[in-house]
Design a protein around this ligand. Structure first.
Ligand SMILES: Cc1cc2nc3c(=O)[nH]c(=O)nc-3n(C[C@H](O)[C@H](O)[C@H](O)COP(=O)(O)OP(=O)(O)OC[C@H]3O[C@@H](n4cnc5c(N)ncnc54)[C@H](O)[C@@H]3O)c2cc1C
Length: 479
């Protein structure tokens, strides 16, 4: 252990790799340590007989500039695949029936009047209550609130049950009563603040969009211009061989001898010249600056001996577990047209599946000709014990939930289960306030930098963006 590295990065997900990429471009030597045998963290793509299996994230939101910028920088634009622009229906399973959500729904806000009025997803009182958003005065005060409180206040209880829980909280696999609206959907807060109403903000964004020619209108806007400047851009994108291409391209740009997998960090110690990292198996290394890009629950035991206050705050960031179940069929085994991105389910029904993506429709090229690929999503705040179920039970649960609604017949060609223990952060009410304190307390430990999902960011583009900023802070600190 004679050498002292300028920077050690721990965690090889998009956050750790993003920090490594930024340091490498700036000419700062580093070494990255990852506990698993592979890099990418929750980004895990497997190719199976012509199917592209995404075990973790399946697409990147195009509206966030960081993801597109990274794809361009890694020369991946010719490999990009946008999500299907023709078949974008989202279904909802409610009251035992599968119904299409009205056209023009931008995340949780209707942007087209007639499809919404004609839709049988919402009751008449529910629709009228949602319409009242246009006249209900905006909230006074700056304090944070939950997704549930925000939705109830602006759009009513039915909108919370049919949109807020399955769609908004569902993106974070979370409980709408707990999740912070400011941390998860800041645009909604801005819309209320700037326009006094979500519906009015949407209309203003729609009016402005053609003039501005930009995609940065409404949250979850379905399309728009942008990306390569060659015309309409899909709302989400991936790559021909899946998101694994992004990880491979990032790794290919980094010096191979700076990447160490199979190294789980067990403890850290600090003295005036820097940090000493001890890994499982006995290896240790010294570094002047330490970038930890691992989930908060994994930070807790490492930081416990150094900063109790900081640890107490990190413990307030809960993480939930989930599972994804990928199932392949021949096209004729599925009666449903699968003419959309998939379906969400309403809580409180006797089903385990929270959402199901029609991946072969949503992301063209995910399945070979004449085949379909479905992906069930289970667990999260709705079912915290989901990972107690065996693989075959998870597969049976998804097929059982969907058989009659999608008209599934016969045994699937294959199924594969991916387990995600404690990997999805819950940014709960007051998150950003606590984050300010976390940042302040981290600053009292010289040379320590924290990034990763659940702190200042979540999702691939934001995690990458935060990692780049964190790497810049580490470089500036090194001088
Ligand atoms: C099922 C699922 C679906 C998702 N879908 C999407 C989507 O479609 N689009 C999107 O943008 N985002 C999606 N997300 C969120 C997004 O994938 C994550 O926010 C992001 O990838 C997190 O990256 P990260 O590097 O911060 O964390 P991770 O990917 O969790 O990486 C952390 C790494 O740290 C390593 N590690 C932990 N402890 C140690 C230790 N002691 N020593 C060494 N290494 C350690 C872990 O092994 C892991 O590789 C999804 C997430 C999940 C779980």
């Amino acid at each position: 252990m004679s050498e002292t590295l300028p920077v050690a990065i721990v965690g090889g997900g998009i956050s750790g790799l993003g920090a490594a990429h930024a340091l490498h471009k700036a000419g700062v030597p580093f070494r990255l340590y990852e506990a698993a045998p592979r890099l990418g963290g929750v980004i895990q793509t497997d190719l199976h007989e012509g199917f592209v299996l995404e075990g973790g994230p399946d697409t990147i939101l195009a509206q966030k500039p960081e993801g597109l910028a990274l794809a361009r920088e890694l020369d991946l634009t010719d490999r990009m695949v946008g999500t299907n622009m023709e078949q974008r229906t989202l279904y909802i399973l409610t009251g035992g029936r599968l119904k299409p959500m009205p056209e023009g729904l931008a995340l949780a806000i209707p942007t087209k009047m007639w499809p919404f009025v004609r839709s049988d997803v919402f009751s008449w009182p529910g629709k009228i209550r949602m319409g009242l958003d246009a006249v209900i005065p905006p909230r006074r005060g700056e304090g944070d609130e939950s997704i549930a409180s925000f939705m109830r206040r602006r759009l009513g209880g039915e909108a919370l049950r049919l949109l807020g829980e399955p769609l908004l909280a569902g993106i974070h696999a979370g409980d709408p009563e707990q999740l912070s609206i400011t941390a998860t959907f800041p645009r909604f807060v801005e819309m209320e603040r700037n326009h006094g109403s979500l519906l009015r903000a949407m209309l203003a964004a729609k009016r402005a969009a053609p003039a501005a020619g930009a995609s940065h209108g409404a949250p979850g806007a379905q399309g728009g211009q942008g990306g390569n400047g060659r015309g309409p851009m899909a709302p989400f994108f991936s790559f021909k061989a899946g998101l694994g291409e992004l990880v491979d391209a990032l790794v290919a740009r980094l010096p191979a001898d700076a990447l160490r997998t199979g190294r789980a960090l067990e403890s850290i110690a600090r003295d005036e010249s820097g940090w000493t990292l001890a890994f499982a198996g006995g290896e240790s290394v010294r570094a002047r600056a330490l970038v930890l890009a691992i989930p908060a629950p994994k930070l807790v035991p490492l930081l416990q001996p150094h900063a109790r206050d900081l640890v107490q705050l990190l413990e307030t960031i809960p993480f939930v577990s989930s599972a994804t179940v990928l199932i392949g069929y021949r096209r004729e085994q599925v009666a449903h047209p699968l003419d959309g991105y998939g379906l969400v389910t309403v809580a409180g029904q006797r089903i385990s599946t929270m959402a199901l993506s029609f991946l072969s429709t949503k992301r063209p090229g995910s399945a070979p000709e004449g085949h379909v690929l479905l992906r069930g999503f289970l667990g999260g705040a709705r079912d915290p014990d989901v990972l107690r179920m065996a693989d075959h039970s998870l597969v049976a649960a998804v097929i059982g939930d969907m058989r009659s609604h999608l008209g599934l017949s016969g045994a699937p060609l294959f199924s594969r289960v991916y387990r995600w223990p404690q990997t999805t952060p819950q940014m709960t009410v007051g998150h950003f306030g606590r984050m300010e304190q976390i940042d302040r307390l981290t600053g009292t430990l010289p040379g320590l930098f924290l990034t990763g999902a659940g702190l200042r960011a979540t999702g691939i583009p934001d995690c990458y963006g935060d990692a780049v900023k964190t790497a810049e802070a580490a470089r500036a600190w090194l001088g």
